[in-house]
Design a protein around this ligand. Structure first.
Ligand code: PMP
Length: 398
């Protein structure tokens, strides 16, 4: 049966992790990961999560099947976070939400639904984008192309290029947009640029698909939802995939959601029936634990406040690592201006380090980064930032 099976290409980031694990140097640092670590280099278990889990386990709830789209309490909690508690869309019944297996699962449900809806459409992702976007939409049967996004000169967004490209696309094209904390570059659109993107989508009849994997990691829960809120008031229909992997530090529990904004309550009912069909034929219904914990935290005022404080703590720590790295590189005599690292948002930075410099960092210093120069700021901590800054300084000074 398997004689003709070819070896699939290796995942470059997993390969990096394997090399890191095999490295015996005590000073090694893995900046290639896509996970938030605390100042002790550990994946945090949030106190709000711990409390909600304990309470839940004490009741020893039964393990029946969940509704195909997940429980209403979870779906509504997601909607309020994304669209705002007093959203007119929610009041009008124009948002359909289904619990999903993380942000990845949400993207896949949306992709499969869109493929049935509009099989000839093409999907456009940012250049560059999260490495799974292309594969995921291709595996749903779409042709995937890039739209211009990152500008290596300015270390920001090539907005003029992006806008004129989007303006040239045929109606019905699916545009995947990073709602905040762009992965891998850390370069986000400004609020004013989002307003323009919404207008282009309206003028050209594009299908916006917002990917929100890092809500709360840039400026705050509502501030980071600005793109979702601007699309919400536009009258357009659109998709939002969201994830609690980072914001609740629940990576392996696979907690996310797909939300679809429709034109009416009646349309919502039809769309939900189709999303349920996609889910039913993939994994039937979502797991219980992670979603129940998130819903419990979000619906309890004390736990919610605790979570918001912990989320702010993660956000502030990443910021401190950004500014700390910039300051230390300067203090170590690096002439090149790295101040853009402090201006970028979310967990990642495109540092501008070349593939050769990344290779030297690995070989000579045991510091692992993605060959594109992407580093994860959340893997820095007070114990390793000096060593990382010193190593980068040596590499860039040659
Ligand atoms: N979208 C983007 C932009 C991401 O960076 C990630 C994960 N790092 C995801 C989606 C997937 O999130 P999850 O782990 O919840 O599936």
């Amino acid at each position: 049966i398997f004689a003709a099976v070819e070896m699939a290409p290796r995942d470059p980031i997993l390969g990096l992790n394997e090399a890191y694990n095999a490295d015996t140097r005590a000073t090694k640092v893995n900046l290639g990961v896509g996970v938030y670590y605390d100042d002790n280099g550990k994946i945090p278990l949030l106190a709000a999560v711990k409390t909600a889990e304990r309470t839940r386990l004490e009741t020893m709830p039964p393990r029946g099947y969940q509704p195909i789209e997940g429980p209403a309490a979870y779906d509504q909690a997601v909607q309020k976070l994304l669209f705002g508690a007093d959203s007119e869309l929610l009041a009008a019944g124009r948002v359909v939400t289904a619990q999903a297996l993380g942000g990845t699962g949400a993207l896949k449900i949306g992709a499969d639904f869109l493929k049935r809806l509009n099989p000839a459409a093409k999907v456009y992702i940012s250049d560059p984008s999260w490495e799974n976007h292309r594969a995921l939409f291709e595996s749903a049967g779409f042709e995937v192309e890039n739209y211009p996004y990152y500008d290596a000169e300015t270390r920001g967004v090539n907005f003029a290029g992006m806008k004129s490209f989007l303006q040239g696309l045929p109606a019905g094209s699916i545009i995947v947009l990073h709602a905040c904390c762009h992965n891998p570059t850390g370069a986000d659109l400004s609020d004013a640029q989002w307003v323009e993107v919404v207008e282009v989508c309206r003028e050209k009849g594009l299908v916006p698909f917002l990917d929100m994997a890092y809500q709360g990691f840039a400026d705050g829960i509502d501030a980071d939802a600005v793109a979702v809120r601007l699309f919400s008031t536009s009258g357009l229909q659109f998709f939002v995939s969201s994830s609690f992997s980072k914001s609740f530090s629940l990576y392996g529990e696979r907690v996310g959601a797909l939300s679809v904004v429709t034109a009416s309550k009646e349309e919502s009912a039809r769309v939900l029936s189709q999303l349920k069909r996609v889910i039913r034929t993939n994994y039937s219904n979502p797991p219980i634990h992670g979603g129940a914990v998130v819903a419990a935290v979000l619906s309890n005022p004390e736990l919610r406040q605790l979570w918001e404080d912990e989320l702010a703590g993660m956000r502030d720590r990443i910021r401190a690592m950004r500014t700390g790295l910039v300051e230390q590189l300067k203090a170590k005599g690096v002439a090149q201006d790295f101040s853009f690292v402090a201006a970028q948002r979310g967990m990642f930075s495109y540092t501008g380090l070349s593939a050769a410099q990344v290779e030297t960092l690995k070989n000579d210093f045991g510091i692992y980064a993605v060959s594109t120069g992407r580093i994860c700021l959340a893997a820095l901590n007070s114990g390793n930032i000096g060593y990382v800054a010193e190593s980068i300084a040596q590499v860039v000074k040659g």
